[in-house]
Design a protein around this ligand. Structure first.
Ligand code: HH2
Length: 291
């Protein structure tokens, strides 16, 4: 078992465009803002994504993740124009309104990322792990940070029959390789975060195994973990629907925090911030629980 204090050591601050820095003490919470009609847990239910994003920032999110394409299992791709038209006005409005935290754009498309970064986003959250070779160049040109996520297959097919010989080793190798790709394209090495992509081409057992071995992934780069409302929680909780998975998600967030995660991606910002503040206070890492 790792000690509690060891994995909680924060990685260096992540450099962002405009000389800003993202300090990963805590760990920090990334609040999900889906500008989609069909996301798995909140599709079409967020009437005003700008107000929602501001509320999540006020609740303590350190990053706001704006996405215009659902990547839930079975989701069909969204045309680039449409995805851009969903996310860019939201990002523009948030930047114009002086949102106090950086914005990431959740996209697999370099064209969408370029427009989002021009509108003021500071990170690219790519669930395809830089699958499009232009993505790393787009991020580097904007001096943006990058989240490299692992996915086996594509959202349309990924849950058909996920197969690994050794899921932790394969995901770790992928993340290290794609991190190197970002750095080779000119992204600051300190600005590349990695994410195992829970639920993206993985069975419940694969997801639990990855969670069990987060330290190996955190050794590659600052680690992002997104378990919020996902079906693995529903499975563990005996078939609970997404709206009944909050407490389970908090259990997972606390586990991830104690095993090296730097960023917890969640729909439920306030309860997650509270849970992580208590963890940090108990772990008593200097400054970690200062508001
Ligand atoms: N999960 C989702 C989407 N983007 N990005 C990262 N880095 N890590 C994740 O685990 C992750 C992600 C799926 O959640 P959500 O955005 O709520 O659903 P949908 O893809 O249906 O919009």
């Amino acid at each position: 078992m790792p000690t509690i204090t060891e994995p909680l050591r924060a990685p260096p601050p992540v450099p962002l465009p405009g000389g800003r820095r993202l300090v990963l003490v805590g760990p920090v919470v990334m609040g999900v803002v889906n500008v989609t009609p069909d996301s798995f847990s909140d599709g079409g239910r967020i009437a005003d994504p700008v107000a929602h994003a501001r509320a999540l920032a006020a609740e303590g999110a350190a990053i706001i993740d704006v996405g215009g394409e659902s990547t839930r299992p079975g989701a069909a791709p969204v045309p680039e124009d449409e995805e851009r038209a969903r996310v860019v006005p939201v990002i523009e409005a948030l930047v114009r309104g002086g949102l106090p935290v950086p914005i990431s754009v959740d996209t697999r498309k370099p064209g969408v990322a370029r427009a989002a970064l021009a509108a003021g986003a500071a990170l690219v959250n790519d669930v395809s792990g830089l699958g499009d070779p232009d993505m790393a160049r787009v991020a580097a040109a904007a001096r943006a940070a990058v989240i490299v996520m692992h996915m086996q297959g594509t959202p349309e097919t990924m849950q058909a029959a996920p197969t690994y010989a050794d899921v932790v080793t394969e995901v770790a190798a992928f993340l290290a390789e794609r991190r190197a790709r970002a750095v080779a394209a000119g992204v600051d090495p300190a600005a590349v975060l990695v994410d195992p992509g829970l639920g993206f081409g993985k069975t419940v057992e694969h997801n639990l195994t990855l969670l069990r071995h987060l330290e190996r992934l955190a050794a590659i780069g600052p680690l992002v973990v997104g378990l919020s409302r996902k079906s693995t929680l529903g499975h563990v909780l005996g078939g609970r629907p997404p709206e009944g998975r909050l407490a389970g998600g908090l259990g997972g967030a606390v586990w991830a925090a104690l095993r090296g995660a730097s960023v917890i991606r969640t729909h439920d910002v306030l309860p997650t911030v509270d849970a992580l503040r208590v963890v940090a206070a108990i772990a008593d890492r200097e400054g970690a629980h200062a508001a």
